[in-house]
Unconditional design. Structure first.
Length: 431
């Protein structure tokens, strides 16, 4: 794998937006107080917070791709506040780990919400989404019901949906049980990503189309990029899985590609088959399952998992077409206008890598499949950690366990592929 992700197709979300001119102009200066590597949700939040905390400090934010084309612009647009695993390692944290993790995620949601409002970001922000976690098989229905009981223990009372409700709202009889998910908003992710990048404070210099290849080991740190070298007193690593190529979290994360597709705008007859609600989202109750959204006049479908290697677009299209057809057999056509792959950085225990790596170097990577809200809040907290700003939220975040060690290749790959194949088989109709 290269030093940065290079995808086989454009993000469908980004392709639906008007063309945007990437910021590729090299800065006149080469030395910065802080350099941030990676301009996904995490890197954007780091850079924004640094600019707020240290007025006058020039910050360079380096992005290998263009805004809207990384994972931050090719996800499914769910702003989730459910707690991530693992619980925690500190004794005083374990008891109410879920509440504290959700409090962290909620703060990330609030931050995005206030930025969308204050910067007038047009990203189809929908705070009253019909977002349901749905099960298609009796076995997974049982798990979903257990999840609901856990939510109740946390003081949440998610709404339940039977197969008739699901059929009516989403138009498919595929699912037998659903519960209201902990989604706080649905968005157009590429529009949100662009809006955040294009409204950064003036102190942040965004450089797109520059890949960081190597970092110096001592301060001031040399940052070698495809567009020349820079120097920084402080480094912030937010390039997700590719932090591995910079020597960070090398044996802690694996790359899992998953795939998204958009139908063309559907005609009236086909559109009616997607149920009576204007828009909705379905999240899978099984982790190898399929996400869907009815958005605009299109259906979005996301599914599939491949280890460290992106499927060919035709293969991804075939896989997603089959899943679409299974759910909506009565559609006249099962065509997609856009099909794309996206890379997630997955850890074995679900923990994210967050904190100070060595004096002057900080990292927040490995947000898995729910990093829109989490990446945002972790980015903000990482900048605060570096600037010595203390808060209960930061102290809670620092108590959460990080990702555990993974065996080297080829053992890692063999084990991961076997696990994916077994889980996919076990998922059966949930896929
Ligand atoms: C198909 C799909 C659906 C998803 N659905 C959801 C969802 O609904 N909700 C949710 O919360 N999450 C979802 N996710 C996960 C979410 O997209 C990620 O967790 C999130 O993007 C993580 O943000 P980040 O900023 O940490 O990393 P990224 O978004 O991966 O950003 C890192 C950036 O670093 C850049 N980079 C990498 N290497 C280098 C380098 N060497 N030099 C310079 N730049 C570099 C990359 O180009 C990238 O833009 C989904 C992911 C995929 C792929």
């Amino acid at each position: 794998m290269k030093n940065a992700p290079v995808y086989k197709s454009r993000s469908g979300w980004n392709a639906l937006l008007p063309e945007r001119r990437p910021k590729t102009e090299l800065p006149s200066e080469r030395r910065f107080r802080s350099i941030v590597v990676g301009a996904g949700f995490t890197g954007l939040a780091i850079a924004r917070r640094l600019a707020e905390l240290v007025p006058g400090e020039e910050i360079l934010l380096i992005e290998a791709s263009t805004i809207g084309e990384g994972a931050s612009g090719r996800n499914s647009g769910y702003l989730l506040i459910n707690p991530g695993e693992p619980s925690a390692n500190a004794a005083d944290f374990a008891e109410d780990w879920a509440a504290r993790q959700m409090a962290i995620a909620r703060e990330g949601f609030q931050l995005l919400r206030s930025l969308v409002a204050s910067q007038s970001i047009d990203c189809d922000w929908n705070e009253t989404p019909l977002a349901i976690t749905a099960a298609a098989t009796p076995r997974v229905e049982k798990t979903a019901r257990e999840t609901r009981r856990t939510y109740e223990e946390w003081g949440l009372i998610p709404k339940e949906y039977d197969s008739h409700d699901l059929q009516r709202t989403t138009g498919t009889g595929y699912y037998r049980y659903g519960l209201q998910s902990l989604t706080r908003a649905l968005v157009q992710p590429a529009a949100l990503h662009r809006g955040l990048a294009d409204s950064l404070p003036a102190a942040v210099k965004l450089l797109e189309g520059a890949t960081v290849h190597a970092l110096g080991k001592t301060a001031p740190f040399t940052v070698e990029t495809s567009r020349g070298d820079f120097l920084a007193d402080r480094l912030f690593i937010a390039n997700n899985l590719h932090a591995r190529s910079l020597g960070i979290a090398r044996n802690r994360m694996v790359g899992i590609y998953t795939y998204g597709a958009f139908t063309p705008e559907l005609d009236e007859r086909e559109f009616e088959q997607l149920g009576e609600e204007a828009d909705w989202g379905i999240l899978p109750a099984h982790r190898m399952g399929t996400t869907m959204r009815k958005t605009g006049r299109r259906l979005l479908i996301r599914s599939g998992d491949s280890y460290e290697k992106e499927l060919e677009p035709d293969e991804a299209r075939r896989m997603l077409t089959g899943l679409y057809r299974n759910r909506y057999p009565h559609m006249r056509r099962h065509e997609f206008e856009h099909v794309w792959g996206g890379l997630t950085a997955v850890t074995h225990n679900g923990g994210f890598y967050f904190g100070r790596v060595q004096p002057g170097i900080y990292a927040s990577v490995g947000c898995g499949g729910s990093g829109v809200v989490r990446g945002t809040i972790q980015g903000k907290l990482l900048a605060e950690l570096a600037c010595g700003v203390e808060s209960p939220l930061l102290s809670d975040r620092l108590k959460i366990k990080g990702p555990i060690w993974l065996p080297p290749e080829p053992f890692r790959g063999i084990a991961a592929r076997l696990q994916i194949a077994a889980e996919q088989r076990q998922a059966g109709r949930e896929r």
